[in-house]
Design a protein around this ligand. Structure first.
Ligand SMILES: [Zn+2]
Length: 149
């Protein structure tokens, strides 16, 4: 199940809290980006002021609309990250889980890079430049640029 599928099912109330916790744990273990998103969400939730007054129905509706918009934005971001991950996995000849997930429906944890035929076009676009730089570090076209980790 992809992160966005999980969020959709959560939003629709189709999963028990225990199911959600188990799936989130597995997703977060293998996805540093998702792990950071969840940490930020948790901090925001803890920092949110507790409202002692009961809300009017229009305030509740506004809050729900905002929450829905935030969820939609997150789902959009997750879809984009998933799409990017699929391209990287195809370039590497790997399953989308990179062979890290024993519960993966496609590979059962055996889809590490090189397992499947690589997508040569994506390999040339995403991987070859990194190999070129590794074989000739001085040829780096933009040495001023640092990668944020
Ligand atoms: Zn897999």
């Amino acid at each position: 199940m992809s992160p966005s599928d999980l969020l959709r099912q959560m939003a629709e109330g189709k999963l028990t809290e225990e199911q959600v916790r188990g799936m989130m744990g597995r997703l977060v273990e293998n996805d540093p980006v998702l792990s950071q998103v969840l940490q930020v969400m948790q901090r925001q939730r803890q920092a949110a002021p507790v409202d002692p007054e009961p809300e009017s129905s229009s305030a509740t509706a506004t809050r729900r609309a905002r929450a829905r918009a935030r969820l939609e934005a997150l789902l959009g971001e997750l879809d984009e990250l998933s799409r990017r991950m699929r391209r990287v996995a195809r370039a590497l000849g790997a399953c989308e889980c990179l062979g890290d997930e024993p519960d993966c429906e496609r590979c059962h944890g055996s889809g590490a890079p090189g397992t499947f035929p690589i997508d040569r076009r994506l390999f040339a676009y995403l991987v070859q430049p990194a190999i070129d730089q590794q074989s000739n570090p001085m040829a780096n076209s933009n040495p001023q640029m640092e990668v944020r980790q």
